[in-house]
Design a protein around this ligand. Structure first.
Ligand SMILES: *Cc1c(COP(=O)(O)O)cnc(C)c1O
Length: 412
């Protein structure tokens, strides 16, 4: 037998969603007549927009022709899509098409990007958190073992709770790598320009790199909330941005996303004879992707291109508006129960603060039994998620409305 990468043994089991499934199964077996409404899902439910379907069909038909067939494409994505992204999403932000790396989704990019950095780099994550940021660094050996408090001993945690309005405070200890996700999954919170600028400035002053996950950018409804980290002066020197067509255009099954890696973001490496050399991350990510990745399918990139057309954009906006109406209903439903709620305004997630002393699994069971509603216990997203509960607007409108009717007579 060969030695394994023992860092994998530091990973927690994928306890959250399997435990939810187990409890739901048990409840359904005991109450077969009860219709359950699932408001815990982090997946979209609406079909792909018509423009996307049209682009897919057209691209498929091209593949039947000698002159239309495409084999291997550029690993970083076709020029037509990179140009459409820059034109539609980064206008005026001074991002070049060759700084965009198309991929099969943001999860892979976010999980892979950390490998450009030394194993000794210190990592900061928000708490609660999208698990990929933490787990990919656990695998790389940067997180160390988990302590008794449910926190990895080698990570820097940035608690986001009602006490700081879900806006993380700057770390007490300097991280090399900082992960931020705004609009946030799971808390549904956002950063305004000033709040995001503090982080960009901090990264600049401390020589840290900022990983900005903007997967929910298209859900922003309010003015003054940055859609891209590059709206902040100085971000082009310190930040990499990740985006996805998953939630914005229904691509969770189709798979497409991209990373923006400005040529001006650098890391450092020891120079022969002493001192340090600055190394552009762009060069390393290009090398990494061309070595380990062979590109997002042509037909999928044509589908993504359609998202950036006026019709495609309007169709996506209509679907998002539907999800956000659901989220707004959910938000109001829990406010009417007298609870404090975050999110549901610029993000499809509603993050409910439970009454003092109630734990998130206890509330899960109570909501399941009392209202037949399935949500997600906050504790599953990190220690600071205890005492909170996540619901999403990704369900269909009728079911969400029915869930909120049931909530009116729900006794906690
Ligand atoms: C859904 C989601 C993504 C998107 O991942 P894909 O791999 O593109 O589907 C990225 N970040 C967060 C926080 C998400 O919730």
């Amino acid at each position: 037998m060969s030695l394994i990468n023992a860092n994998y043994l530091n990973l927690p089991g994928s306890y959250l969603f399997s435990e939810i499934a187990r409890r739901v199964r048990e409840f359904s077996a005991a109450n077969p007549e009860r219709k359950l409404i699932r408001l815990g899902i982090g997946d979209v439910t609406s079909p792909l927009p018509p423009s996307v379907i049209k682009a897919l069909h057209k691209a498929v038909d091209e593949q039947a022709l000698n002159e239309g067939f495409r084999g291997y494409g550029p690993e970083q994505g076709y020029d037509f899509l990179r140009a459409a992204i820059v034109r539609d999403a980064y206008q005026g932000l001074d991002i070049e098409a060759d700084e965009v790396f198309v991929s099969d989704g943001a999860k892979c990019d976010i999980g892979n990007f950390q490998e450009l950095f030394a194993g000794s780099c210190k990592v900061a994550i928000t708490d609660p958190v999208y698990p990929v940021y933490a787990d990919s660094n656990v695998m790389a050996g940067r997180a160390g073992p988990m302590g008794d408090d449910g926190r990895f001993t080698g990570l820097i945690y940035l608690p986001c709770t009602a006490d700081n309005n879900f806006v993380p405070d700057l770390p007490g200890e300097r991280p090399d790598m900082i992960y931020l996700c705004y609009p946030n999954n799971p808390t549904g919170s956002v950063l305004n320009k000033e709040q995001l600028k503090r982080w960009v400035d901090y990264a600049g002053e401390n020589d840290s790199v900022l990983f900005f996950d903007a997967a929910y950018e298209s859900f922003i409804a309010e003015d003054g909330i940055p859609r891209s980290v590059y709206e902040i002066d100085g971000a082009k020197e310190v930040a990499v941005e990740f985006r996805s067509y998953s939630k914005s255009a229904g691509f969770t099954g189709l798979r497409c996303g991209f990373a923006v890696v400005p040529k001006s973001v650098r890391g450092k490496a020891p120079r022969k004879g002493g001192g340090m050399n600055a190394v552009p991350l762009h060069q390393l990510w290009m090398r990494r992707q061309t070595t380990k990745y062979n590109g997002c399918p042509y037909i999928v990139q044509r589908a993504a291109e359609a998202v950036h057309s006026p019709e495609g954009g309007a169709e996506c906006a209509a679907t998002i508006a539907g999800y956000m109406r659901n989220a707004g209903r959910i938000r109001q439903g829990f406010v009417d129960l007298g609870l404090t709620v975050s999110g549901g305004i610029n993000a499809p997630y509603v993050w409910v603060r439970l009454p003092e002393g109630m734990d998130s699994w206890g509330f899960f069971d109570s909501l399941l039994r009392g209202a037949g509603i399935v949500g997600t216990p906050g504790a599953g997203f990190g220690p600071s998620g205890e005492g909170y509960f996540r619901l999403t607007g990704f369900g269909n409108a009728a079911d969400t409305a029915e869930a909120m009717e049931r909530l009116k007579t729900f006794q906690m």
